[in-house]
Ligand binder design. Sequence first.
Ligand code: NAP
Length: 182
Amino acid sequence: MIGQPKEGETILVSAAAGSVGSAVSQIAKAMGCRAVGISGGAVKCRLVTEEFNFDACLDYKSGDLGGQIKDAAPNGIDVYFDNVGGEMLDMVLALMNAKGRIPVCGVLSQYNAEDEYYGVTNTRLIFDKQLRLQGFLNSEFRDQWDRDRAELENLVASGKLKYRETVAQGLKSAPQAFIGML
Ligand SMILES: NC(=O)c1ccc[n+]([C@@H]2O[C@H](COP(=O)([O-])OP(=O)(O)OC[C@H]3O[C@@H](n4cnc5c(N)ncnc54)[C@H](OP(=O)(O)O)[C@@H]3O)[C@@H](O)[C@H]2O)c1
């Protein structure tokens, strides 16, 4: 696992209400970590803590995300599971603990960038804090999928991994379902 979470560590997850973020946090919780999520709005944050078992959820749309992270993770961040990239990554770099790990799963803030990508400025902190930042694709781990699926099925069966499904019925609803998925 790229983030190498260890029992007792704090993991911060962006896009926490999404399919990826919600699974990451519940897996980390099952490994004994403290999980702090970032999501947009009170309704999603409630879902994140009440259904997806995060210890805390921070609403980045309500302002001062840095202050909120410091309050929710007083011992700093050991793993930042980054789904968003851009400005949020820049800010979190300053809050990482030494030897922290940042698996870069996606860059939601950048996919629709029309002019330029956001230029991360805090790169010096990667050196100062000896951070490890690594992008990855799930297809790189195809040879582990059977094993991983079995582990996930065990977590689902034990009630430690919950998920939500959206079901669209009928071919007519396919275009809207596809747009919604994107
Ligand atoms: N590496 C891989 O192999 C792999 C595989 C699958 C997916 N991914 C990536 O994993 C990430 C999460 O996927 P997902 O399917 O779980 O996503 P998702 O459920 O579609 O998440 C979308 C959510 O991300 C949040 N978001 C969007 N733009 C944002 C921004 N600028 N700043 C902060 N939050 C923003 C929004 O939530 P709020 O309403 O809470 O803001 C939005 O509802 C994506 O980047 C995706 O491309 C990577």
